[in-house]
Design a protein around this ligand. Structure first.
Ligand code: SF4
Ligand code: SF4
Length: 344
């Protein structure tokens, strides 16, 4: 990458009335991957990452209209997130020469303990299928460590609100710290490791998380997982370790897919979305995954209302928890069997 492109993520002399988009920053951090020679590329049918950009004028963007007090709450979350994203992206500047691709079970157990101590909730592993890599991107390792962080119920239940957005930002900040820390630990032990960016990303984290067995994607397009339901955020670390305890290696299948049978009866997020952006039933999108949301409809409301989050807040899995929903669910023989696929 040229030095020129490293100078600033923001365009000079922009005359647009629309607010500068987060996409500019994300694409700028992504550029570091092209310093690496051996990227695994997306499948022909892979989709591009959903952009954040809207045509809303700057004065309607909630993040640009924060009070001084709110700004003081945002800065301690956003600045470390930004710093971690920049530091993480620099780990893609040169190829890490791994000395091993086999990790023993104790090392993996210690890694998980380290991740949990730093604030991760659940961790799983996946051989990344190329159809989960976004079009125009690439990844430097065949395998991914996928982890969740939980967001607190109280602020999330106030969505759409500044409090909810702050909690989401806290989740992103925590994920960016964890992924960088684990990637450095892996490298110190001779393994190649590249942290995924907390915001954006090179792969479809939700798709990976379901294939890894962390939970199931609900009709709102978010992962639903034991315990916190949809009140979670996801991140990854790409690695060269080939003997990770993936679902496949353990001879297991995802036990959470009943969640979508429940969704087919519930549809609460569909009814409660303020702009009717959630489809009654997710639609195949041609890359092995499903499209749950009309992003064009969601985006402006999302940008104008603190990242919205109503679908996440009203979901029964977020409110009463996965286990209670499961205990009361008697099955749904009429539910469409929607299955996302991995392409290897
Ligand atoms: S609100 Fe209902 S339909 Fe929507 S994701 Fe949650 S359980 Fe599924
Ligand atoms: S974030 Fe808000 S606008 Fe977007 S799909 Fe969810 S409820 Fe609808």
């Amino acid at each position: 990458m040229s030095q020129e492109s490293l100078k600033s993520p923001l365009p000079k002399n922009s005359t647009s009335k629309a607010a500068p988009s987060l996409d500019i920053l994300l694409n700028w951090t992504d550029q570091h991957i092209f310093n690496l020679k051996n990227l695994i590329r997306p499948a022909p049918e892979s989709k591009p990452r959903t952009p954040f950009a809207t045509n809303l004028p700057k004065e309607k963007v909630s993040m640009r209209n924060l009070t001084g007090r709110q700004l003081l709450q945002v800065i301690p979350k956003f600045l470390p997130l930004l710093a971690n994203m920049v530091l993480g992206s620099r780990m893609y500047d040169r190829e890490f020469k791994a000395s091993s691709s086999q990790a023993d079970p104790k090392f993996i157990a210690d890694l998980e303990a380290m991740a949990r101590a730093a604030g991760a909730k659940d961790i799983a592993y996946i051989k990344v299928p190329p159809n989960a890599i976004f079009q125009g991107k690439g990844i430097p390792g065949e395998y991914a460590i996928v982890f969740t962080v939980e967001m607190d119920k109280e602020p999330i239940s106030t969505a759409p609100s500044f409090e909810c957005q702050l909690e989401v930002m806290e989740g992103y900040k925590r994920m960016s710290t964890i992924s960088n820390r684990l990637a450095h630990h892996l490298r110190k032990n001779g393994f190649a490791a590249y942290p995924g960016t907390a915001l954006g990303g090179l792969t479809d984290y939700v798709h990976l998380a379901e294939l890894a067995g962390l939970g199931a994607i609900g009709y709102h397009g978010l992962l639903i997982s034991p315990g916190e339901g949809a009140r979670l955020r996801l991140n990854t670390i790409y690695t060269n370790i080939t003997n990770l305890p993936t679902l496949e290696a353990r001879g297991e299948t995802n036990e959470h897919l009943w969640v979508r049978d429940f969704c087919a009866m519930c549809n609460k997020c569909v009814r409660k979305c303020p702009v009717d952006a959630i489809y009654n039933q997710p639609r195949p999108r041609g890359d092995g995954g499903y499209q749950s949301i009309d992003h064009a409809s969601c985006r402006d409301y999302f940008t104008e209302h603190n990242g919205c989050g109503v679908c996440l807040a009203v979901c029964p899995f977020s409110q009463i928890g996965y286990e209670k929903v499961h205990a009361g669910f008697k099955g749904n023989d009429h539910a469409p069997q929607l299955r996302i696929t991995a392409q290897h």
